[in-house]
Design a protein. Structure first.
Length: 322
């Protein structure tokens, strides 16, 4: 007795789009590459490192600005070949939730932490000069911060964990290139400036006078020697400035029948300044989320040396015709 398997050609039916992001090494101009041969079927709730899940997004829209032109010869002119005249691609969407990372991605410029400051400080739009940082002791890890002296920080606090600014120029920030410093004077020789822009932040879930336990591991891993801790009250971005953030991104449309469509942009830079989108939930009640728009920049494909802006990968379901 034999059995046969019926294979069908089915449409991709999906409910929502899931977004994942990873840092670009700005100093070495190296993007984070998503390999569909290795990670294409990853668990959507547990992306492979260093990808970070940003949850479900909406109004996902891709647009190609690439142009193809004919190459003609003869009289009358006859098209002999086609050439790629230019390549350009953009993508836009709206985040459904607010977080440090969703704000930073949607910001068209530099993103900052609002460090806790004394009430007597001089007012500054992105946050006054901060309360002095606290040094870390021996034995700290990516999820447990051992303080060198008793701390008043409590469960629920947000902390920035990074090194002092020591007058260096260029890219700064542990784990993610958070800012570019042209001169020490531009940032006022502020020892706290790295922690002000750092993405190495975490939420304290439990605290003693000498130890802070974090809800998630720090993006930069175990703290290095010399790192200090400062309390973060919130996050701020600005319209204006000269800094362009850059990220690697993966967007996944999971099919209801087991197939999957993946869009991978190795390098994205924002094309607009911070803006929001509002959805009416009920009378006089709206849900507000950050709106993001990006332009794709090229990388070189390791298989054939071609310049690429975006990869589109389709993984068929086990019952689909190929």
């Amino acid at each position: 007795m034999s059995t046969t398997t019926t294979l069908l050609s089915t449409p991709l039916v999906t409910r929502r789009v899931q977004a994942y992001f990873a840092p670009v090494n700005r100093a070495q101009e190296q993007a984070t590459i998503f390999d569909p041969a290795v990670n294409g079927s990853f668990n959507l709730s547990a992306p492979p490192a260093p990808w970070v899940a940003l949850g479900w997004i909406e109004n996902f829209a891709r647009q190609s600005g690439s142009k193809v032109a004919p190459l003609s010869s003869g009289s009358p002119a006859t098209t002999l070949y086609q050439v790629r005249e230019s390549t350009d691609a953009t993508v836009s969407f709206a985040f459904k939730t607010w977080s440090k990372l969703s704000m930073a991605l949607a910001a068209g410029a530099q993103h900052m932490n609002v460090l806790a400051a004394p009430l007597t400080g001089i007012a500054i739009g992105s946050g006054a000069k901060a309360t002095p940082a606290a040094a870390l002791g021996v034995g700290s890890s990516a999820t447990s911060l051992v303080m060198s002296a008793p701390t008043s920080l409590t469960a629920g606090s947000i902390v920035s964990v990074d090194a002092d600014y020591l007058g260096q120029t260029g890219w700064i920030g542990s784990g993610i290139s958070a800012a570019y410093v042209n001169s020490a004077s531009a940032v006022g020789d502020d020892a706290d400036y790295v922690r002000r822009v750092s993405f190495n932040v975490g939420r304290v879930v439990s605290a003693t006078s000498t130890t802070l336990q974090l809800a998630q591991p720090l993006l930069a891993g175990n703290p290095s020697t010399g790192m200090k801790v400062q309390q973060v009250l919130g996050f701020v971005d600005r319209e204006g400035g000269s800094f362009f953030p850059e990220w690697s991104a993966v967007f996944v449309m999971q099919g209801e029948q087991g197939d999957r469509l993946i869009f991978h942009y190795p390098r994205l830079q924002p094309t607009s300044y911070p803006r929001e989108v509002s959805n009416v939930l009920a009378a006089a009640i709206e849900m507000v989320g950050p709106q993001a728009a990006f332009r794709a920049l090229p990388v070189v494909d390791g298989n054939d040396g071609e310049q690429v802006l975006c990869y589109r990968t389709y993984l068929p379901s086990p019952s689909a015709l190929v």
